[in-house]
Design a protein around this ligand. Sequence first.
Ligand code: AMP
Length: 420
Amino acid sequence: MISRIKGTNDIIEDSKVWEWLEEKLKNVALNFGFVEARTPIFEATELFNRSVGNETDIVQKEMYTFEDKGGRSITLRPEGTAPVMRAFIENNLSSKGLPQKLFYCGPMFRYERPQAGRLRQFHQFGVELIGSSLPIADAMTILLAIEMLKAIGLDEFKLKINSTGDEKCRPNYVEALKAYYKPFLNDLCDDCKVRYDRNVLRLLDCKKDAKYAENAPKITDYLCDDCKSHFDKLKKYLDDMEIEYEVDPAIVRGLDYYTRTVFEFKYPNLGAQDAIGGGGRYDNLIEELGGSKVPSIGFAFGIERLILALEAEKRLPKIEGLDIYVISIDENQKIEALKIAGALSKYFKVDVDVMGRNVKGQFSHASKENARYTVVIGEEEIKTGLYTLKNMKTGEQWKVRLSEIIKIVSGSGETDTTDA
Ligand code: AMP
């Protein structure tokens, strides 16, 4: 037998929950005026090297990169922002006016060590608000994320925010951080020894070396006036909206393109992988990818983690079964049953026997599928055009025409039918 690749999942039994979840998230985004961006799953490797950053864990260790038959270096997207920004530039979306409000939903690929809540193919729902440098855009983005969490019934989340400064103030902070960590360099984990030179900010969110991070200098003490004022305004807006948050100087995020605001949503009870989503501002990314300077902010939720959080809270929705199961008395009515199922499928979730089950077998299958109603088709029914409709919960039955079945099952009205 050929098994699936380590760190990937088949989503079959849960697919209805996934559809429900994606629909909820999508509706919030659509209601806020966002438009879906569907970009390719693979991109030129260079895109991620230049955006996510050569020195990040993602680019150094986690990308699925291969050469295609034309000798190009291709990478399965490890995240969604860089591809959407590539598309923004390539499709000249700035000419359509700013802001551009885009969302995406789909698989991402990172060669990480698989464990609960951490996969090699995982899924993100992300949002990008492109074109504003103002802190009100940060506030709107965070509000949108919170409305999404509420829409799926998660309200125990913790919002953590931080500012990572900009090109003016971050270099001073990086120096201060290097000076602080230097005496412990030999005691740090192997990853952090490498990160010290390449991407010292990442030392702050290393779980193994967390004890050193406690007393590390805080970026918020190093922000320049502009970054500080931006961060103060965002905090005021969140306070004004009564959105609870914690300023956490250890939130630095793993990608190079972030400037100023960064944030994460944590969900308690998820163990080590408790980040359900995160994002931040990227004021220079579009320019670095060859576009003009278009400041932007975005975030992404991890869909698997949202589902784990819903499971932990016992808040997974009960997905309704069938509306109608169409039952045929014997072989002669199979095609009529199929035709009626076809007509009803315009309005309802329907099913019909394809296994050659007898009437009893069809009824028990209808119950197993949680059908709300059954319609029985026999010779008599075909002759008269009156079918036996049964409410599977109450046992009520009617002899009705097709048009009345539609009315009754959609709960939209009285009928003049006789009880069977
Ligand atoms: P990031 O792009 O790393 O900020 O990820 C955003 C969100 O995606 C995280 O908060 C997680 O919920 C989710 N995520 C990131 N990496 C993984 C992974 N390997 N497996 C499952 N979910 C992930």
